[in-house]
Design a protein around this ligand. Structure first.
Ligand code: UDP
Length: 389
């Protein structure tokens, strides 16, 4: 009997097409998790082979656990002080033999990380078609965000299939010569992940404590860690946040501090000894999203947060010179801070004066998706795999 079952499993497995699904950082896990979940309903047709590059380890582990992702291969590329080129080289040399062994029908990568670039290049070199989730984003400035803007341009050149979140993203790809039949308009699965979290009713003890402690105040949630903001811009931004809190006794800052020493050092030096500034560890998604939903204002250089804010209805100041997500600005939820040293302070004051209330904004229609992106992407994957049969 046991032999028959094993045999039946083997038959199903051999009929299924293998898709390598690759991630290495927090946003990739958040955005690929809904796709993995949707694929689990199609096990007989698609075998998802989950590969973690290990580009980041401590930051990523809680997200793998949260979404109950079973990792088939961990490439363990992370090393202290790693440069993007080192991550790329290590990921490529680990992926190449894996692809040769597993011979997948498709490699699926997400976004703009060095892991995603490595996956696209490794697939291309092995002549395995590559599909790209969150295709067609462009800031128009190859050095910002760095190296992500160049990564995403290169991935577009390497990939055969492109899952665009918005009409604008689709238009960008078409303008760059990507054939229309290779582009699928799917929305961004970050909105699916966000909905999953918002449906949960339980709150962790940590989140309850943070919300309780900050209840009397306007909550300003801050995240910053992008490479372009490290160094002088980081110091200046944190000083401006501190000045703003000092002059407004009804404001409290909640800052989940990224593990990068280039963020932790200045955060400790500039913000650590103020009673209305809470320096927090990086939060799990299930804590972070409700915190954003209950914020008065978000200040962040994150890409994902720009895609989440429209659903939450919380205003956002984007700590960047340019954005590859202009939809967030157009829908009225986000404003670009730019890189003038005084700009953040001025915008914080302006927001304070124009919106004295401490209640969150109104949740709105999200230009990045409606929560059904994973189902759309899986449908597209099935038609792609069918065409390759
Ligand atoms: N995030 C989180 N906890 C935190 C900070 C961020 O769960 O303490 C989530 C956030 O909601 C977003 C993602 O992590 O979905 C963003 O990751 P990051 O800013 O590292 O990357 P980016 O989106 O800029 O590529």
């Amino acid at each position: 009997m046991r032999f028959l079952l094993l045999f039946a499993e083997e038959v199903v497995r051999s009929a299924a097409k293998t898709v390598v699904i690759l991630f290495g950082t927090r946003p990739e896990v958040i955005k690929l998790a809904p796709i993995l979940e949707a694929l689990s309903d199609h096990r007989q047709a698609v075998r998802a082979l989950v590969v973690c590059s290990g580009q980041h380890t401590d930051l990523v582990r809680p997200f793998i656990d949260l979404f109950r992702i079973a990792v088939d291969h961990d490439l363990n590329v992370m090393q202290p002080g790693q440069t993007p080129a080192q991550v790329l080289a290590r990921a490529l040399s680990a992926l190449d033999p894996l692809l040769a062994r597993e011979r997948p029908e498709l490699v699926l990568v997400q976004g703009d990380t060095t892991t995603a670039l490595a996956g696209a290049l490794a697939g291309f070199q092995r002549q395995i078609p590559v599909a790209h989730v969150e295709a067609g984003l462009r800031s128009g400035d190859s050095s910002s965000p760095f190296p992500e803007e160049m990564n995403r341009r290169l991935i577009t050149r390497l990939a055969r299939y492109h899952f665009a979140a918005t009409e604008d993203n689709r238009a960008t790809l078409l303008a760059e010569g990507v054939p229309a039949e290779a582009i699928f308009l799917t929305g961004n699965p970050v909105v699916d992940a966000l909905h999953t979290i918002l449906r949960r009713e339980t709150r962790s003890p940590l989140l309850r404590e943070i919300l309780e402690q900050s209840r009397p105040y306007k909550r300003l949630v801050l995240t910053t860690h992008r490479r372009e903001n490290l160094g002088a811009p980081m110091h200046e931004n944190l000083r401006q946040v501190r000045r703003f809190v000092e002059t407004h006794p009804d404001v409290m800052v909640l800052f989940p501090v990224h593990l990068n020493p280039g963020v932790r050092g200045p955060a400790k030096d500039i913000l650590s000894d103020h009673p209305r500034i809470l320096l927090l560890p990086p939060l799990e998604y299930g804590d972070f999203i409700p915190l954003l939903a209950n914020a008065w204002l978000i200040v962040s250089d994150s890409g994902g947060v720009q895609e989440e804010a429209p659903t939450l209805g919380t205003p956002l100041l984007v700590l960047r010179r340019t954005t590859e997500r202009p939809e967030a600005v157009r829908c009225g939820i986000a404003r670009l801070v730019g890189d003038h040293p005084e700009a953040l302070g001025a915008l914080l004051e302006e927001h304070y004066r124009s919106d004295p209330g401490k209640v969150q904004g109104q949740p709105g229609v999200n230009p990045f998706g409606q929560g059904d992106s994973a189902v759309r992407i899986v449908a597209a994957l099935q038609s792609i795999l069918h065409a390759h049969a």
